[in-house]
Design a protein. Sequence first.
Length: 228
Amino acid sequence: MPVDSSVGGGSTQLSIFKDCLARRLLAEPDVNPEHTQNENQDEADALNDFADYLACEAWPALPQLLREATYETRDAVPDVDDMSLENVPISFVDTLVSCGISEDDESATAFLRRVLKDYIGEACAPPPVWSKTRTKEWEICEREVPLTYHHLIPREVHNKVLKKKWHPEAMLNSVAWLCRPCHSAVHHVASNEVLAKEYYTVDLLLAREDIQKWRKYAAKQRFGVRRG
């Protein structure tokens, strides 16, 4: 069950919060998500559903600056230890207590603060050094061939991207590692502006039917073989 982004805040931040909750549930001594599962679920599904429920219960009650935390806004994020958590719904606290994760309201709040510290650490982490993300295989056709890097937000439109506030500055140098034929194919399917605005991740590129067709074709081609 995916987290419900309609509860407020960005879906990426909410997903980070949910993952931090799940890791804390696994790390806490004597916590076993099996008690939340039914006979048709495995442990992973039970943990997913339990973390999803807790995340969606607590998320709307958290300060907006926390829910919108990013590397760019890190200086404005409130300190977790000084943060009031009085608005966290009783259903969140009662669930932790009834499931044996926390002994009482105070320990449930302490558990949430630990989760929030993990969340801030991830949500406010600096962007990766993109040159260090290089892979041996193209990220779509998965062939082991010489690679080039494709700026997912083309450099020619960086100024416009910032002016229009399409993406934060930290995303400008994000790249995908592509073989030369596939790199050329990407630039043939859309203009730089459209690539920057609508197809700024590998997953978004893969959602295009023409890229899927090219992917299937390219995957069958042997590198270094000249035809004709």
